[in-house]
Design a binder for this molecule. Structure first.
Ligand code: CAA
Length: 698
């Protein structure tokens, strides 16, 4: 008898309960139990109807993703669902929490569906590199129509219960107790002798591919644009089209061939890795559930410029009152105007309403007086990148902030240990490194100093959740984890231009690999002067044996600061954002190469990719080796959510594992020999390559 699937008679209803915490995933035991219990109910003459319900927090949230790497054992979910079609007693799914993936397919296999208004429904399979292969692509269109099904299946985003009801996916929304509501609905089905609805039969003709050419094309375009390079949305669309071309049985047969191909693909493996890596990143070793994050009822941000403004919006979006502090009323005004414009743009895009804008802005108060910070629970400093200025601010905060307030800096590079040292409450100091634009980018790097307390870190991670961001912890190091591991990629791209590659060639290689933008176009967008200023301020620390980015300096000396100046690695039309290849850059690069004895040559795309990625991998490995990141997979999550690295490639560290670490090391050693010290191979990489280990696989 199954331990994870229960059976109980309530009157003449069989209540079948699924109890497989935390999310009632459809593991083998659950599938076996379901088959067994439903058959028992079907054969029991006492039973008139069957109700399926999840215990705990949810209806099944899908297949057990951890089982994907093992051989699939019978009964398959599809066999269960198809079996339901032959059962003559009504089967009712009673849904709360999330009916996702296989969970939704299970619900679709039931003859009726009732749910709580708080439930959510979705087919997130494409995000795992697969498609709803337990007949979801066949049954969903039969129930809610093609357009809406493609929307759910291709985008993988869930819908709420009211929308599901409106779509006809749910027969009844139940207020109050779900099981009672389901029993009452069952009574109606039996009393009124409602016909059993099997979702393998079209409720009405579903049409042919020709009838839906435009809709299909719309979703193909969406998939190509929104999930560039990812195969699963296209496989899902093909599966749906099969359902329009052939009867249910044949389409399902075609799916049975398509599914293992998707599941075993490199992309699906990387996406599954990403799913678990993301959850792992939220865990801080040594900080268990017994550590309670501090409650943030009021936030404050020092600086209302680009970063500060974005952070203020994060608070307002999360419904947390926040105070903006600036040094002049002009700066405050400009900051608030920008915030208002940003919200206006969100209204124009249909993301929020006028009322929501007004509500959010009303949560932001402003002040020029530091003393007003005294009642904030968390203060984020977002001033200029100047260590002395930051120290001054923190010593003031030390005096003003209330006891127990978390004091955070949004610095991208500074030594937060030095900043913490000017206070008498170093345990409350953390870094909160946002990515640009702060209100949009999902990553939040929580920086741990040598004295940050577990509560301070837990509060930072909790804040990430409140801001609907992904939190990851980094130690103190120049650029922490994300920027430090990315810097060598930028460095190599710059060197490659000096050596003969064009910015357009380099950027095209990286875009083709899956990055959303070329790295040099990104540098132009951020402004080349930012790193120029930093190079100048750190000139005294420069190692003369390390190669120096002369071209990057030269461009800045010429005022080519990037997009804002109209020129950088590319040129830009008046007010335009589109990078236009600029022959002048090649002339400048030629000159810089000549002056510095750099040999110019034709560089192939493979070298560009290896140089850019492996430089980052080598640095990533050093970051793990030094304990600056807890895990290599944290680096991958930071690249995904901070830099838009394609999730279907896992991340730089996972990519290196896929290539094979000994091959990666060989290449790094080759580059070390040619290009010198900056390519010194990481000791951890060497060790793993020699022992046949990997960064990300346990
Ligand atoms: N399989 C295995 N483990 C799962 C899981 C799944 N489908 N869904 C969640 N978990 C695990 C998580 O890894 C996590 O484990 P740890 O505590 O050990 O880290 C735990 O359950 C809780 O998950 P979250 O931290 O994500 O909890 P949450 O409350 O923030 O979110 C959720 C809950 C919305 C269900 C979210 O977990 C989620 O989106 N899960 C995946 C849903 C999904 O993709 N379903 C489709 C699977 S593929 C499929 O179903 C196709 C098929 O039939 C073959």
């Amino acid at each position: 008898m199954s331990e994870v699937v229960g059976f109980e008679l309530r009157g003449r209803n069989a209540i079948i309960t699924i109890d497989n915490p935390p999310v009632n995933a459809l593991s083998l035991g659950v599938r076996q139990g379901l088959m067994e219990r439903v058959d028992r109910a079907a054969m029991d003459s006492e039973v008139l109807a069957i109700i399926l319900i999840g215990l705990g927090r949810t209806f099944p949230a899908g297949a057990d993703i951890r089982e994907f790497d093992k051989p699939v054992e019978e009964p398959h979910l599809l066999s269960i669902i198809d079996h339901f079609d032959s059962i003559k007693k009504p089967i009712i799914a009673a849904i709360h929490g999330t009916a996702l993936g296989g969970g939704l397919e299970l619900a679709l296999g039931c003859h009726f569906r009732v749910s709580l208004p708080t439930a959510r429904f979705g087919t997130p399979e494409v995000k795992l590199g697969i498609f709803p292969g337990a007949a979801g692509t066949q049954r969903l269109p039969r129930v809610i129509g093609l357009d809406r099904s493609l929307e759910l299946i291709v985008l993988g985003e869930p819908i709420d219960a009211r929308t599901a009801f409106e779509y006809g996916l749910i027969d009844k929304l139940v207020e109050g107790d779900l099981l009672e509501g389901a029993i009452s609905f069952t009574r109606k089905v039996l009393n009124e002798n409602l016909a059993i609805q099997t979702s393998s039969e079209p409720r009405e003709g579903i049409g042919s591919p020709e009838d839906f050419q435009e809709v299909i094309q719309k979703y193909r375009d969406i998939a190509s644009k929104k999930m560039r390079g990812q195969e699963s949305p296209h496989e899902a669309i093909e599966s749906v089209i099969d359902g329009l071309k052939m009867p249910y049985d044949q389409a399902v047969k075609a799916d049975r061939k398509r599914f293992p191909r998707c599941k075993d693909s490199i992309q699906s493996r990387a996406l599954r890795y990403s799913f678990f890596a993301e959850r792992e990143a939220s865990k801080i070793p040594g900080v268990g559930k017994e550590i309670t994050p501090r409650e943030i009822k009021k936030g404050a941000v020092i600086g209302a410029g680009t970063m500060g403004g974005g952070i203020l919006m994060c608070f307002a979006d999360a419904g947390i009152p926040v105070l903006a502090i600036e040094s002049s009323s002009e700066a405050l005004e400009t900051g608030m105007e920008t915030i208002s414009k940003n919200y206006q743009r969100m209204i124009e895009r249909g993301r929020i309403t006028e009322t929501e804008k007004a509500n959010r802005i009303s949560l932001i108060s402003t002040s020029l007086n530091f003393n007003d910070l005294s009642d904030a629970d968390l203060i984020i400093e977002a001033a200029f990148e100047d260590l002395e200025l930051k120290k001054e601010i923190f010593s003031k905060l030390n005096e003003i902030a209330k006891s127990g307030a978390i004091l955070a800096t949004n610095t991208s590079y500074m030594d937060i240990n030095q900043i913490a040292a000017v206070t008498q409450r170093a345990e409350d100091i953390i870094g909160l490194h946002f990515f640009v634009p702060a209100n949009v980018m999902k990553m939040l790097e929580v920086v741990r100093t040598s004295s940050s307390s577990p509560e301070a870190l837990a509060t930072g991670m909790q804040l990430a959740k409140q801001f609907k961001k992904v939190g990851g912890v980094a130690g103190v190091s120049h650029g922490f984890v994300a920027n430090r591991s990315r810097a060598p990629l930028v460095r190599e791209a710059q060197f490659l231009v000096e050596e003969g590659a064009s910015p357009a060639q380099i950027d095209a290689v990286l875009r083709d690999f899956g990055l959303p933008m070329g790295v040099l176009a990104v540098s132009d967008m951020s402004g080349l002067d930012v790193s120029w200023r930093m190079r100048k301020s750190l000139a005294h620390l420069r190692d003369s044996e390390e190669r120096y980015p002369h071209l990057a300096d030269r461009l800045c000396e010429m005022g080519r600061f990037g997009r804002k100046a109209g020129y950088g690695y590319y040129s830009y039309s008046e007010g335009g954002n589109l990078p236009i290849p600029d022959p002048e850059v090649e002339e400048i690069a030629l000159k810089v190469a000549e002056e510095n004895g750099i040999e110019r040559r034709k560089i192939n795309d493979a070298e560009i990719l290896d140089r850019c990625l492996y430089a980052a991998v080598n640095e990533g490995s050093k970051i793990v080796e030094e304990g600056i990141a807890y895990r290599a997979s944290d680096i991958d999550i930071m690249w995904q959510y901070g830099f838009g690295f394609p999730r279907w490639r896992g991340g730089i560290m996972y990519h290196a594992d896929v290539i094979g670490l000994s091959e990666v090391l060989d290449r790094i050693e080759e580059f070390h020999e040619i290009h010198g010290k900056l390519w010194q191979p990481s000791a951890l990489l060497k060790e793993l390559a020699q022992s046949g280990g990997s960064f990300t696989q346990k």
